[in-house]
Design a protein around this ligand. Structure first.
Ligand code: ZN
Length: 113
């Protein structure tokens, strides 16, 4: 997959990275749209100390599920279009089901389509 990689503060590049494989409680999402937020800008500036460089920025995104881990229940399937809240896990979303608008664990709510 093609991704932006921040090797260190102030330095980024476009790189080809290995396609990810999902762990049991994860899904892989092909990203269609990605936001760059204030946290990403702080990471680029080196002003977010817990950052483990190198890192691919962009934790707020939407796309399509292309692979599901073995522990994902039928609430999520390959081909589903999703918007990702980084506070909620794939297991949270699978447990809530495809029509849920609220994550039971975090209380995060999705926007209406
Ligand atoms: Zn953010």
């Amino acid at each position: 997959m093609r991704a932006i990689v921040l090797d260190r503060p102030g330095s980024f590049r476009v790189a080809e990275l290995p396609d990810p494989a999902p762990a049991a409680s994860e899904v892989v999402v092909r990203v269609d749209c990605c936001g760059i937020c204030g946290t990403d800008l702080r990471i680029l500036a080196g002003e977010f100390p817990p950052t483990p460089y190198p890192i691919t920025p962009g934790h707020e995104f939407s796309g399509q599920i292309v692979a599901c881990g073995s522990g994902i229940r039928p609430g999520l399937r390959e081909g589903d279009k999703v918007a990702v809240d980084p506070r909620c896990t794939a297991a949270d979303a699978a447990a809530a089901g495809p029509d849920a608008a609220t994550c039971a664990r975090t209380g995060a709510r999705s926007a209406p389509p």
